[in-house]
Design a protein around this ligand. Structure first.
Ligand code: NAG
Ligand code: NAG
Ligand code: NAG
Ligand code: NAG
Ligand code: NAG
Ligand code: NAG
Length: 589
């Protein structure tokens, strides 16, 4: 019994946590249900059919199959009225006129149209603080909402019109949700929040705005305008927003002509700025110093000027992927002094070299999918704090990768060199590596000493190269005392490698030319959990049964059908040539 109670309590906690999380969740996502929940205590007093009511004035008709406002039996003492998830089409002055104590009205997800919502209705509700009308069919907002309003949610309607007194003259107003509507600049009043100086949250994403609304209240700390048609930010539009912490401008048409070096310069509290997916060709000048996370990805950025980023002293994350950056158009001092900058994403650009002067405290550097063909001796010399370097899908060749290029990267843990044109596994890789990926190259060789001293290496991936057993130096794997995963699939191996380390747990050898597995192949790998040998040249007779019998931890032994198939008559060589290469492998060019 105790155990069951414990479980129940845990479940309640989980549910509570979930509810809290939902209540705080990004309103752009799913605004449903978070608001005005009421207790489910049945009372004997009058209560509309299909609803539950409490003595404290909460009436819950959530999802009660109502087609009409439940006027009858609704107590004048009602403070919280939950009518969400019904099919109500009309709310009139008469409906509301008795509910003078109403504080929360939740009408989300009904069938209300502007015609069905009495314009004068709300004005008389002098205590109304929370009004939820998301997911209806409103085309215009009510002309007058009461001055007591604290939060209003009109998301996911078809609004084209807001009136001066919809949100104006509301000194208590803190949050307004208007995302997913059809608002244009012409549909907004001159000074939408005139007399509503305490507004903190304004969400107007996914509308048709071309301009930032004028005269926004100075208390704002969250402003979302993503998915609009912004081309230009009018001069001074953000000048008074010294409390703004979070500004979403992604998915608009902002170009460098639409912003200038003063547009953002007064936003002294701003920590999070998202300008991704716009039409910028350079990093804008005048960004404020307290930004921590800066999204500039998916623009057409070609260059970074010397003083564009350096004033942002608190910058930690810089996202510049999917742009048109070339190394030579990034000023060598562009990152100077950015002591907190630890994560830089520059993948999918046009970089030919690792840019000079990258931030000295960088921990994660994503340079994949560029055109880097060369790494010189000193290209990485300042990056001694780097723990993750991703250089996959560039144009590196062994000849142009300097042997000493990695010498300063003493704490690097993850290195990805996949998808280059390396002919051999590079020498001089950091001994600190835990994960090394070099799949999809043209490697014919693991040269003597390439893996020497890598006692932390846990995973190595060399899939899809041209490695043969005798082109891997002897003892290469044996010294890797922490190695758990060795992936040599899609190479040209003729046998299971002889010198596997004791720590090994997963061995991928599929798609090779292995024709037999000897009884002693796995004698030194007692910890192995998975062996993958599919698509080789094995036949029933060439695999010794004793090979695996002592492996007490083995969970997966995948020999596949390969040539051990019922219709072996076709001849082994022939069938082998038809075998697909690792199909799950994404093919990059
Ligand atoms: C109560 O719910 C039932 C279906 O659950 C519905 O048929 C009935 O019309 C509802 N009553 C009112 C007053 O809407
Ligand atoms: C703002 O409200 C004041 C009254 O508080 C009024 O005098 C003024 O005309 C309003 N301004 C706009 C632009 O609506
Ligand atoms: C900023 O505040 C000043 C002084 O209150 C005011 O004159 C100006 O119009 C405001 N600008 C904006 C864009 O709201
Ligand atoms: C902003 O740009 C103007 C002209 O483009 C320039 O005169 C001014 O010095 C710049 N201000 C700052 C703070 O960079
Ligand atoms: C933004 O860039 C796209 C693609 O280059 C272009 O088609 C569009 O005209 C640009 N829009 C503006 C407003 O500059
Ligand atoms: C490098 O980046 C690619 C793409 O995000 C990812 O698939 C790969 O796992 C990364 N490499 C490492 C070692 O994390």
């Amino acid at each position: 019994m105790d155990q069951r109670r414990g479980l129940l309590e845990l479940l309640c906690l989980v549910l509570l946590g979930w509810t809290l999380l939902r209540a705080q969740a990004e309103p752009d996502g799913d605004p449903d249900d978070a608001h005005g929940r009421v207790e489910n205590v049945e009372q004997k007093m009058s209560c509309p059919e299909n609803c539950s009511c409490t003595e404290e004035g909460a009436v819950d008709c959530n999802g009660a199959s109502l087609n009409e406002f439940p006027q009858e039996l609704l107590s004048e003492q009602t403070r919280q009225l939950s009518l969400q998830n019904n099919q109500i089409t009309e709310v009139t002055l008469e409906h509301l006129s008795r509910l003078l104590l109403l504080e929360t009205l939740n009408l989300q997800n009904n069938r209300l149209t502007t015609q069905g919502l009495d314009d004068e209705g709300f004005h008389i509700l002098e205590k109304l603080s929370y009004l939820y009308l998301a997911n209806n069919k409103l085309t215009a907002a009510p002309r007058h909402l009461p001055p007591s309003l604290v939060s209003a949610d009109f998301a996911a309607n078809q609004l084209t019109k807001i009136y001066p007194n919809t949100f104006g003259q509301k000194p208590a107003l803190k949050s307004v949700y208007l995302h997913n509507n059809k608002l244009t600049d012409a549909g907004l009043p001159e000074n939408m929040f005139n007399g509503s100086d305490n507004l903190e949250i304004l969400i107007m994403s996914s509308n048709f705005l071309r301009y930032v609304p004028k005269s926004l209240p100075t208390a704002l700390y969250r402003l979302h305008l993503k998915n609009n048609k912004l081309e230009k930010i009018p001069a001074g539009a953000f000048d008074n927003l010294s409390h703004l912490r979070e500004l979403y401008l992604q998915n608009n048409f902002l170009s460098n002509d639409g912003v200038d070096n003063k547009t953002f310069s007064r936003l002294n509290s701003m920590e999070y700025l998202d300008l991704s997916n716009n039409n910028l060709t350079m990093v804008p000048l005048g960004l404020p110093r307290n930004i921590v996370l800066l999204h500039l990805e998916k623009n057409y950025i070609q260059s970074i000027a010397v003083n564009a980023l350096t004033p942002i002293r608190n910058l930690e994350y810089l996202l510049l992927h999917n742009n048109h950056l070339r190394s030579r158009s990034i000023h060598p001092a562009a990152f100077q002094g950015l002591k907190r900058l630890h994560t830089v994403h520059m993948y999918n650009n046009l970089l030919e070299r690792v840019p000079r002067g990258l931030p000295r405290r960088a921990k994660t550097l994503m340079l994949l999918h560029n055109h880097i063909s060369e790494i010189g001796r000193n290209d990485l010399i300042t990056l001694y704090t780097l723990t993750e370097l991703n250089l996959s899908y560039n144009r590196l060749t062994s000849a142009k990768l300097h042997r000493e290029a990695f010498r300063k990267l003493r704490i690097l843990e993850t290195l990805d060199l996949s998808g280059n044109k390396l002919q051999a596994l590079p020498l001089g890789l950091p001994k600190s590596l835990r994960v090394l990926k070099a799949k999809d190259n043209q490697m014919t060789e693991v040269p003597e000493g390439a893996l020497l001293g890598m006692s932390s290496l846990r995973e190595i991936y060399l899939t899809n190269n041209h490695l043969k057993l005798n082109s891997i130096y002897q003892g290469a794997w044996q010294e890797l005392s922490a190695l758990t995963t060795l992936d040599l699939s899609a190479n040209m191996l003729s046998h299971v490698p002889p010198d596997l380390p004791e720590s090994l747990e997963f061995l991928h050898l599929q798609n090779n030319r292995i024709s037999s597995v000897s009884a002693s192949a796995f004698l030194n790998t007692p910890n192995i959990k998975g062996i993958f040998l599919r698509f080789n040249r094995l036949s029933v007779h060439s695999v010794s049964e004793e090979s695996f019998s002592h492996l007490s931890k083995l969970q997966v032994l995948d020999i596949g059908h390969g040539n051990i198939s019922p219709n072996r008559g076709r001849g082994e060589e022939e069938e082998d040539e038809d075998l697909p290469y690792d199909e799950e492998e994404e093919k990059h060019s």
